[in-house]
Design a protein around this ligand. Sequence first.
Ligand SMILES: Nc1ncnc2c1ncn2[C@@H]1O[C@H](COP(=O)(O)OP(=O)(O)OP(=O)(O)O)[C@@H](O)[C@H]1O
Length: 319
Amino acid sequence: MVDCMQVVQLNNISLRYDHDNVMDEISVSVHEGEYVVILGASGCGKTSLLRMIAGLIAPTSGTIFLSGRDVTRVAPRHRDVALVPQQAGVYPHWPIGRSIGMGVRGRLSRADREQRIREAAQMVDLESLLDRLPEQLSGGQLRRAAVAKAIASRASVRLLDEPLSAIDANLRFQIEKDLLRLHHQSPGVTLHVTHDGAEAMRLASRVAVIEDGRIAQFDTPEQLRTRPATPGVASALGRSALITIPVTQIDGAWVSEDGRRVGGPDAATGSSAVLGYYEEDLQPLEKAESGEGSAIAGRWFDHQRNATVDHDRIFWFVG
Ligand SMILES: Nc1ncnc2c1ncn2[C@@H]1O[C@H](COP(=O)(O)OP(=O)(O)OP(=O)(O)O)[C@@H](O)[C@H]1O
């Protein structure tokens, strides 16, 4: 049975450019009302993923369903999708009102079309600037114009490619609020691409973390914060540098390469794991504690940094 609450469904999507494998068997379902952030390092294939959903490139294998319809071979204009690309998405020689109007689809009277443009511009505070050329706008206003174009389309799948890059911090928080408000006012889903972990955690209902061409984890921000699936996921959240230590299970204890023992999850003898913690969770060693300090109760001693971290701040990545 087709589940229509799944607005975007990617089934075993792989993507290869020439001989480079960019994506490997990715499967994702995004439900009505979700704001999903796709998080990954530069070059991991985030833009390519959006372009596949928009229909600008075809996956090497796998299928794409939008609102229950197989669109894998459907042209972009026949998909219910609006893409805000990394580079503005407005035409350089046109007043931005006209570019926003290009987002409006369907046969509308001129008055209705202009009404739609005005409404979209109003939502991003650009109503008074519709006659300006892109070169007469600031970077932030240009971004808003591109978002307005997506709003005007009323598409149920909105794809935003790094919408906040190159925007200064104050404005960035304002636009984040706008993006969430616009999302909640419109039916459908938003897929937002970024490499900024903090931004992902602030905005998302769920975050899909891409690592080595796969979805390493697709979870709520809370789950990611408390139970990151891999060291790569924990690093991508960007809280601070992640320190990792490989350990092996020997007779009921985990043992590091330098022979130190530490308690952790149960596993068979011979299993390997990595324990990790954020640099920001380290506490400098008190003078009284220094000296022979590898076994300080309840804490792991980080020799290199002469600091300790509580055991409950340690993440375990087993297997
Ligand atoms: N048309 C193309 N032909 C060949 N390789 C490509 C093409 N487009 C992208 N690539 C490569 O595919 C990989 C993924 O690119 P993509 O732009 O999707 O990554 P990204 O995660 O969006 O990166 P960024 O965060 O830097 O924008 C990169 O290694 C890129 O060089």
